[in-house]
Design a protein around this ligand. Structure first.
Ligand code: PEP
Ligand code: MG
Length: 883
């Protein structure tokens, strides 16, 4: 096995295709080197070493040391520099790099190889003593923090004290001698914290850094990040070691990051930021406010700091060319890191740039129009889940904006919530069902969980490429970054804005589209679904085989889903229609009735309400199929629970509290989800199913008359396990149909089908299909009953399973293909063997999950049905799975 891959000087071992082995960073460095772009030479230690490391009690393969030595010699041959050389010392950067970019991991150690001796050589060579000692102190600080585990706050403290003592404002006010003093204090601090000196041997430093990268694969942040992004732990990370180039060698040096197109809007314009006389992390850390790269962007931003185009025109021109080469080569928008050392451009990284959903659409559509990619590829380029961002509200242009601050429009969409100042508070509030805005000076990878819990994020420091901005865009959360006029006071939990002091718990709105911070709640607008979105959807719909329906019962949801492109209703949960207003009263009367006659009286009150609901749904869906499910939940769900609620309801109904309590107790079940529910209700109380069937048929007649188009309702019986259950209920439905046809004189076409949501139903599907005209897989219950895991109680232990890696994904979110999926496949096969043209769909939560949708395509289902906001996601995912 080969453990180490070299690159540099127009050549490389490995290429962009080797990201599994070399990590994204290493693979792209190899690719750039092979393209002949200016890349400092280096080598990548493979992800296989990481796997070996964890399989062998954190030790390395025997050959690794020798291979690293050889690779260092390769760098020496290309640069003329070696580790620890008193005249020409080699300095390197060490970076982690997984297959997928993972901001939760150790990122970078720069300037490795500096020690008390080599720093003097760097000072002599560069002719800039101040630069050399500044680099050394940065190295001690960074290495101590990420490799030795000494908190960087210690060093910040020393630096702040030194600046205060010297009366210095900014770091650049410090001289070489000042830095020497800082270095002495830093080293003393390390000695004090660790009981041993800061390592002076470059080899020892390097192995320390390599070990830190591999260890960081299992740190808590990385584990959280992997869990949130479904990245398997088995992938491992690579380590890239590369000769240093310096962006902090004076005024002709610089460092920056750029996107080949605007990552926020998708506009085809190079977009980036840089800092003169600065090193790597300075730009993303948000400590100094960066400058624009192009003159056009500078003008647009109204910045008075000169652009790269102005200050270093030659390097700028070369960079433009490199950016264009890379975008054409990769046929995608690239995220670039570069350094200019004394006027010479060096490329440090390229990768597919993270972008907002809006930008992703624009870029995919425009690249297809430019002929760089085809329409199918454009469809494949969009992450279906990201469409969610576009479907979220923005601030109504007509609303009054009480602006209390402005920052950068870092991630689009608007969000309102209570102010919290820590990720812990954000999580706690979310757990209580409160909506919050996370307000921070800046965020770090430790804040990922808080950012996840928050509706939106506001920072007072940092640019468009700061941690907060990048992560928020990835999550699709609204974010305003760098709102510099706001003052956060963590200790008192306040933020000062435009002369007002806001406290924790006060409500604000952030507008990630404009960068504005607004006081209070603001009116929002629904999103625009034409333009690039419409274009991609058009291409998607052309490629798609499966239909996409929605799970909806209210007219508002049905209308919204229809506007999102739903091609019918796949699941109307009628119980949701019984909870509102006077309906719940009639429902409770029905439940309390002791006799069939009493129940029929109460049901008669519900009939017109149900009928008018269905008429409205049929009309909204304009002839598209509508599947209505008979009452499913156990009856106790409609009754009050606590004794005060019972008293209140009893009074309102004019019945005795004792009677209500008795009935509630009688309906109590130990496992209600496996109890008296689903078709079992229709079997014990056929009058309920009869009322619902009547409402459906009468509504079909009425809606047919109103719209002039016949309505073909699909009536669905829940929780069937035996063919006999379905036969029993279907006989009642058919009888009602005959009555309504006779009464109205209108011929009604309708289908009767069943949910397949019990393992027995899946196994006996060939029998059930003798009666059922369609199947709809209720994968929520099917998952619950296949695993024997209560869907309502699963959260407390499934998260542990995920953390321990026993399962990759929550089976209630993404279909368990091996178990539940197998049952679905079996039922499809057996159902079709009896009734070849049986209509097949899915209406569990999985109907809106892209991975599960791919399975449905593979299995040959006719449609998926999901909640309204997921309809566009499902349309796109269905198209992708058909390509
Ligand atoms: C299901 O079980 O998958 C389903 C759609 O029904 P419900 O979630 O209402 O039980
Ligand atoms: Mg169900």
């Amino acid at each position: 096995v080969k453990w180490v891959y070299n690159f540099g000087d127009g050549k490389a071992e490995g290429s962009a295709g080797d990201r599994n082995l070399l990590g994204g960073k290493g693979a792209n460095l190899a690719e750039m080197a092979s393209l002949g772009l200016p890349v400092p030479p280096g080598f990548t230690i493979t992800t296989e070493v990481c796997s070996y490391y964890y399989d062998h009690h954190r030790s390395y393969p025997a050959e690794l040391e020798a291979e690293v030595k050889k690779a260092l010699a390769h760098i020496a041959a290309l640069t003329g520099r070696t580790f620890g050389d008193p005249a020409k010392p080699l300095l390197v950067s060490v970076r982690s790099g997984a297959r997928a970019s993972m901001p939760g991991m150790m990122d970078t150690v720069l300037n490795l190889g500096l020690n008390d001796e080599t720093v003097a050589a760097i000072a002599r060579e560069s002719g800039d003593e101040r630069f050399a000692y500044d680099s050394y102190r940065r190295f001690i600080q960074m290495y101590s923090d990420v490799v030795l585990g000494v908190d960087h706050a210690f060093f910040e403290e020393i630096l702040d004290d030194t600046k205060a003592n010297l009366g210095a404002e900014v770091d650049t006010d410090l001289t070489a001698d000042d830095w020497k003093g800082v270095i002495a204090l830093y080293k003393a601090r390390v000695q004090e914290e660790l009981g041993e000196p800061f390592p002076q041997s470059p080899e020892k430093q390097l192995w320390g850094a390599i070990g830190a990268v591999f260890s960081s694969w299992m740190n808590a942040r990385a584990i959280t990040y992997r869990r949130l992004h479904n990245i398997p732990a088995a992938w491992g990370t690579a380590v890239s070691v590369q000769a240093m180039v310096f962006g902090n060698m004076g005024e002709t040096s610089a460092t920056g990051v750029a996107f080949t197109r605007n990552p926020s809007t998708g506009e085809k314009k190079l977009y980036g930021e840089f800092l003169v006389n600065a090193q790597g992390e300075d730009v993303v850390a948000g400590i100094r406010t960066p400058q624009n790269i192009t003159e056009e962007a500078r003008i647009a931003a109204g910045s008075d700091k000169p652009s790269l185009e102005k200050v270093m025109p030659d390097a700028f021109a070369e960079f433009l060319e490199v950016a264009d080469t890379l975008e054409r080569h990769y046929r995608d928008m690239q995220d670039l890191e570069f350094t200019i050392e004394r006027g010479k451009l060096w490329m440090l990284q390229t990768r597919s740039g993270k972008r907002t959903a809006k930008a992703a659409l624009k870029i995919a559509v425009e690249m297809a129009e430019e002929g760089l990619i085809g329409p199918e590829e454009a469809v494949l380029r969009i992450d279906p889940a990201s469409l969610d961002q576009l479907l979220h509200p923005t601030i109504d242009p007509g609303a009054t904006r009480n602006i209390i601050g402005t920052g950068l429009p870092a991630s689009p969409g608007a969000a309102t919530g209570e102010i919290v100042f820590s990720s812990e508070d954000a999580e706690a509030a979310k757990a209580e069902g409160r909506k919050v805005i996370l307000v921070r000076v800046e965020t770090s990878p430790e804040d990922i969980h808080g950012m996840h819990a928050a509706e939106g994020i506001l920072t007072t420091r940092g640019g468009m490429t700061s941690h907060a901005a990048v992560v928020a865009r990835g999550m699709g959360k609204p974010c305003v970054s760098g709102a510099g006029a706001l003052r956060v006071d963590y200790r008192n939990e306040t933020v000062m804005a435009a002369g007002v002091t806001l406290n924790k718990g006060d409500v604000i709105t952030v507008d990630g589209g404009t960068g504005q911070v607004l006081r209070g709640k603001v009116a929002m607008l629904q999103p625009e679904l034409s333009g690039d979105f419409g274009r991609i959807m058009q291409w998607a719909d052309k490629t798609r085989r499966m239909k996409v329906r929605t799970n909806a019962e209210t007219p508002a949801d049905a209308r919204m889903a229809h506007s999102f492109g739903a091609e019918g209703i796949g699941l109307c949960r009628t119980e949701h229609m019984f909870f509102e207003g006077e309906r719940i009263v009639a429902m409770r009367e029905m439940i309390l009735a002791d006799t069939e006659e009493g129940r029929r009286t109460a049901l008669a009150k519900l009939l017109p309400m149900q009928r008018s609901d269905f008429v409205e749904l049929f009309e909204i869906m304009k002839g598209l199929p509508v599947t209505i499910r008979l009452l499913d939940p156990p009856l106790h769900e409609f009754l009050p629970k606590t004794s005060s609620e019972i008293a209140e309801v009893a009074q309102a109904m004019g019945v005795e509290a004792d009677k209500l309590r008795e009935r509630t107790e009688a309906l109590h079940e130990f496992n209600p989800m496996l109890g008296h529910r689903g078709c079992r209700l229709a079997i014990s109380y056929p009058e309920i199913a009869e009322m619902q069937a009547r409402a459906i048929f009468e509504a079909a007649v009425e809606a047919g008359r109103n719209t002039g188009a016949p309505v073909v309702p699909e009536i669905m019986v829940p929780l069937v396990g035996l063919k006999e259950e379905l036969d029993f209920v279907k006989a009642r439905i058919d009888a009602v149909a005959l009555e309504v046809i006779e009464e109205s004189g209108v011929k009604i076409d309708y289908l009767v089908g069943t949910m397949i949501e019990l393992p027995r139903a899946a196994i006996r599907a060939h029998e059930i299909a003798e009666t059922a005209e369609f199947f709809s897989f209720g994968t929520n219950d099917l998952t619950q009953t296949t695993f024997g895991i209560s869907r309502d109680d699963a959260a407390s232990f499934l998260s542990v399973y995920q953390r321990l890696g026993l399962i990759e994904r929550d089976p209630f979110v993404s279909l368990d293909l091996d178990g539940v999926g197998e049952l679905v496949k079996l039922a499809v096969e057996r159902g079709r063997s009896t009734r070849p043209d049986i209509k097949l769909g899915i209406c569990g939560e999985h109907g809106g999950d892209p991975a599960s949708i791919a399975f449905c395509e593979e299995t040959g289902l006719d449609y998926v049905s999901c909640s309204p906001f997921r309809v566009p996601i499902a349309r796109l995912a269905a198209a992708q799975s058909a390509i």
